[in-house]
Design a protein around this ligand. Structure first.
Ligand SMILES: Nc1nc2c(ncn2[C@@H]2O[C@H](COP(=O)(O)OP(=O)(O)OP(=O)(O)O)[C@@H](O)[C@H]2O)c(=O)[nH]1
Ligand SMILES: [Mg+2]
Length: 304
């Protein structure tokens, strides 16, 4: 290696950044924006994300591997505790923490959980992104910044809006400044470590989140049963099962004359086609897996 090559390599910044925050703070929305592709599903309802999803952001002189995680919260529900554990486990991989807080709606219970974790993990720098600033007036935002700066010694506090794309370069600069020097972990064209099948299943689950209410989204899991080249018209053929916990929920997801399932399928297919860049034939089934979210074995089988 020449001296110049060595210098260049040494200056390259790379590392793992765990994205942590309360449910619904905007973690997955921000991840997608930072990566430049939709790889993590989002919704207006809390507790959308259930897995640790790596999203890779490439830039001049840096590569940041973001780990999107479930929103942390206290819950009596077995399944919720399981997914919150997934969020905490991601901290073990982190060189940097990107905490996301909703500037419009503080969530003190979740905030204290994360503060506790950060104090526990001394040595890992943390940046706070105060998100959704498009929803707050300036005086209230200044109040929030003040409140947060007294709560914890963040390396930086940056007000942002993930949906409006406000102050994103500033956020990226702050993070690259804090990352260690090192070679890239992933090839230049990689955007995630999750298989296509996983993201496809998630896109279907997102449509269930969007189209159904009350407990139904939280009783739903999606698995891919078949994923193959159709042969016909060069399309990909995907069979997916939507698992619910009760017969009544199955009825809701199918809807009158199958209308609901049709809407879910059409919306999901559009997203999947955009992701895969190819025509898709999508077939959905609804299955009742009685009380799956209470059974650790079945939870595992469904991918959690
Ligand atoms: N107005 C506004 N809405 C936002 C912003 N960022 C995210 N949202 C919305 O907030 C909601 C939650 O976003 P998500 O990205 O799913 O939040 P999350 O933190 O990943 O949520 P969980 O996975 O449930 O923990 C969605 O309806 C987003 O469109 C923002 O900057 N401004
Ligand atoms: Mg999320």
């Amino acid at each position: 290696m020449t001296e110049e090559q060595e210098n260049r390599q040494q200056k390259f910044k790379s590392g793992f950044t765990v994205i942590s925050g309360a449910p619904n703070a905007g973690k997955s929305t921000l991840l997608n924006l930072l990566v430049g592709e939709k790889i993590s599903i989002t919704s207006a309802k809390p507790q959308t994300t259930r897995n640790r999803i790596a999203g890779i952001a490439h830039g001049p002189g840096f590569q940041i591997v973001f780990l999107d995680t479930p929103g942390v919260h206290k819950s009596e529900r077995n399944f919720n505790r399981r997914i919150v554990d997934v969020a905490w486990d991601a901290f073990d991989e982190a060189d940097l923490v990107l905490m996301i807080a909703d500037a419009a709606r503080p969530d003190s219970a979740s905030e204290s959980l994360i503060m506790e974790k950060l104090r526990d993990k001394t040595g890992i720098p943390a940046v706070l992104a105060l998100n959704k600033i498009d929803l707050v007036e300036k005086p209230k935002l200044l109040e929030q910044i003040d409140r947060w700066s007294k709560k914890y010694e963040f390396a930086e506090i940056i007000p942002v809006s993930a949906t409006q794309g406000i102050q994103i370069p500033e956020l990226v600069d702050a993070m690259t400044g804090l990352l260690p020097e090192g070679p890239p972990y992933f090839p230049e064209d990689a955007i995630t470590d999750m298989p296509e099948r996983f993201i496809v299943a998630e896109m279907i689950r997102e449509k269930v989140f969007e189209n159904t209410g009350q407990e139904v989204p939280y009783s739903t899991a999606v698995t891919i049963e078949d994923f193959s080249e159709d042969g016909k018209n060069g399309r990909i053929s995907i069979h997916a099962a939507i698992h619910v916990e009760r017969n009544s929920q199955k009825g809701i997801v199918i809807g009158r004359h199958g209308q609901m399932l049709k809407s879910i399928g059409t919306a999901a297919r559009h997203d999947i086609e955009r992701l895969l860049g190819i025509g898709v034939f999508l077939k959905l089934f609804v299955r009742v897996e009685k009380n799956w979210s209470k059974n650790p074995k079945v939870i595992k089988k469904l991918g959690y």
